[in-house]
Design a protein. Structure first.
Length: 606
């Protein structure tokens, strides 16, 4: 599941960073044919890969644990290939363009994202379908192929619930009066605060929904269930319910805990684990889950996700302008071809994907492994001895495909976990030292992430890296191509962002002299001339002339808003109201901001 969290984050990043561009060269039927053919090749590779693993069992070759590792590595490799196919569909086949073309989808990014993720989930389902025979041979779960695929889908869907709810909230906000330029939610600080608050609330209330989605039921009816509940009461552990976890029809040997507050906290145990472990071993497993709550590991996970959001905002800007500074990419942004634009955004996504991989795989993975060790050692303390935990781990390793020596990025191998528990018997100070090590490591993390996040998002370093470097590169390119309008537009944008308003105005004038019918530059200059803070630079009459011309060339909601503002500044209130009403009618986003403008104009006319 933890691998798939990263996969889905990567896929969402690939999709959201993409710019659909103009009408794609390929028609929709051709796009569907290419998608189908690529899937056929992918399905064939899946069948061949898992078939070769299954042959080891048909040929009577005993599994010493190596085949289990081979199975898991192939699953990871195919999942990465599925991400690659999704990236091709997004950037080369213009998936986002076709999704935005569906009526009603252009205003709701959540609907576009759900369909895009459905394509990726289809690739994953293909992997699970062809993995089933090998999975059955190795783990002998005794479930059907249909149940195996369905369980995988059901197991992974909760990963997407936070994103779906968050995207829906953002879409609703975009249509509300709180959206639009200058709003709190459009600032970096506003988005970070909103995301942290939203994620915390979601972590509080989401477990109750996931419980019903997975079909979990209380364990009270069974004898072991009653004994385990008595154990939790004896230890004074607060929780909502102890549940049977029917994932993979209960055949997966695992347990888990979800919920950051006791009122909505659940402990989950599968039937398979209840069957193979003794009561003392099960108590050790519950003590391990109690350890996660004791050390508040779920709170740390919220901070890790917020931490990535904080640095990713800043890194995106840095990567964007560093790429812009290269002559090759400067020429790419001057091109209006949709394939060139898609290639540019694909290149831009690569450093972001690399930073995402490093952060989750190595930074968050480091803490996850050590959190598991903390929970193991807490179990040893709670039980009075590590022996039940050692016995439970060894039994799970033996019955789960001989995975004793199989490590993962988020868990130490079972051998390493057992060795640490044995050392705890001989060295009682190990537990305190490990807890101190985790605390110091997290303090270092907070200092580094806090410092880096501030520098990248709010400090002077950001402005220096982003704009001065970018401005210099664009000016150099203009010297080579003095008639390139797109380069002047980029330079004007830099001047505007760095509040060099006089330079921005002069640059837009230069663009209009090169291309008098450039609607975006006409609109931007009109907006500056009516809103620039320095009143000495304002020219409301010229602004109105420019805005009218921009709207004649393109009646977009953004251009209509500028024209309405120019009307308002010149005292033509009825015209301003009529124009902003048209902007609201054609708007695909930021309707709330336009409605706020309407209220401003209407209040002035009363």
């Amino acid at each position: 599941m933890f691998n798939n969290i990263i996969y889905f984050i990567v896929v969402l990043l690939i999709f959201n960073i993409n710019h659909p561009g103009n009408t794609p060269a390929n028609s929709l039927p051709l796009t569907i044919i290419i998608l189908f053919l690529s899937w056929l090749v992918f399905a064939g590779y899946c069948r061949w890969g898992f078939g070769s693993i299954q042959k080891r069992f048909h040929n009577g070759i005993p599994d010493d644990g190596g085949v289990t590792g081979q199975y898991q590595r192939l699953t990871v490799r195919l999942s990465v290939l599925a991400i690659f196919l999704f990236a091709l569909a997004t950037y080369l086949l213009n998936l986002k363009y076709w999704l935005e073309s569906i009526p009603g989808f252009e205003r709701f990014s959540v609907l576009q994202g759900i369909l895009a993720l459905s394509l990726f989930m289809f690739y994953l389902a293909t992997i699970w379908y062809f993995a089933y025979p090998a999975y059955q041979a190795i783990f002998k779960p005794g479930i059907t192929r249909e149940s195996f695929v369905r369980s995988n889908i059901k197991f992974n869907l909760p990963i997407l619930f936070p994103w779906i709810v968050l995207s829906l909230v953002y879409d609703v906000v975009a249509l509300s009066p709180w959206a639009g330029p200058g709003s709190f939610l459009n600032t970096t600080g506003g988005q970070i605060i909103f995301f942290a608050t939203f994620l915390t609330l979601l972590m509080v209330f989401l477990p109750g929904f996931i419980r019903y989605f997975w079909g979990c039921t209380p364990l009270k009816a069974s004898e072991k269930g009653r004994d385990l509940e008595a154990f939790l009461r004896e230890k004074g552990f607060k929780y909502r319910d102890l549940l049977n976890w029917p994932i993979f029809e209960g055949r997966m040997m695992t347990a888990g805990i979800m919920g950051i507050v006791s009122r909505y906290r659940y402990i989950l145990v599968t039937d398979s684990l209840l069957e193979v472990l003794s009561l003392e071993e099960l108590k050790a497993v519950l003590a391990h889950e109690m350890g996660h709550a004791k050390y508040r590991h779920l709170y740390f996970y919220i901070l890790f996700f917020v931490g990535f959001m904080v640095i990713s905002f800043g890194l995106f800007d840095v990567f964007l302008y560093l790429i812009y500074a290269h002559p090759l990419f400067i020429s790419m942004i001057s091109d209006t071809d949709s394939k060139t634009i898609s290639l540019f955004y694909l290149v831009l996504s690569l450093p972001m994907l690399l930073s995402l991989f490093v952060y989750f795989r190595y930074i968050m993975g480091f803490f996850m492994r050590n959190f598991e060790r903390q929970a193991d050692l807490y179990s040893a303390v709670t039980m009075g001895t590590p022996m039940p935990a050692i016995s439970a781990l060894e039994r799970i390793a033996l019955l789960s495909g001989k995975i004793r020596d199989l490590p993962s990025w988020h868990h130490f191998s079972i051998r390493e976990r057992v060795d640490t528990l044995w050392r705890a018997i001989k060295d009682p100070g190990l537990i305190k030292r490990h807890n101190r090590f985790v605390a110091v490591s997290f303090l270092v993390y907070l200092i580094c992430i806090g410092g880096l996040g501030y520098s990248l998002n709010f400090g002077p370093i950001k402005r220096h890296l982003n704009y001065s470097f970018f401005e210099k590169a664009v000016k150099q390119e203009i010297l080579k191509k003095p008639g390139n309008v797109a380069l002047y537009q980029t330079l004007a944008m830099i001047y505007h962002q760095t509040e060099k308003y006089e330079n921005a105005i002069e640059t837009y004038k230069r663009i209009i002299s090169l291309d008098p019918d450039q609607p975006e530059s006409l609109n931007n200059l009109a907006w500056l001339l009516v809103t620039v803070p320095d009143e000495g630079l304002r020219d409301k009459k010229r602004s109105l002339i420019l805005a009218k011309k921009a709207v004649l060339l393109e009646r977009s909601s953004v251009f209509l808003d500028t024209l309405a503002e120019a009307y308002y500044a010149n005292g033509f209130i009825p015209e301003a109201i009529k124009t902003i009403e048209e902007a609201i009618a054609v708007a695909k986003e930021n309707r709330g901001y336009y409605e706020k403008q309407l209220k401003k104009f209407s209040a002035s006319g009363d």
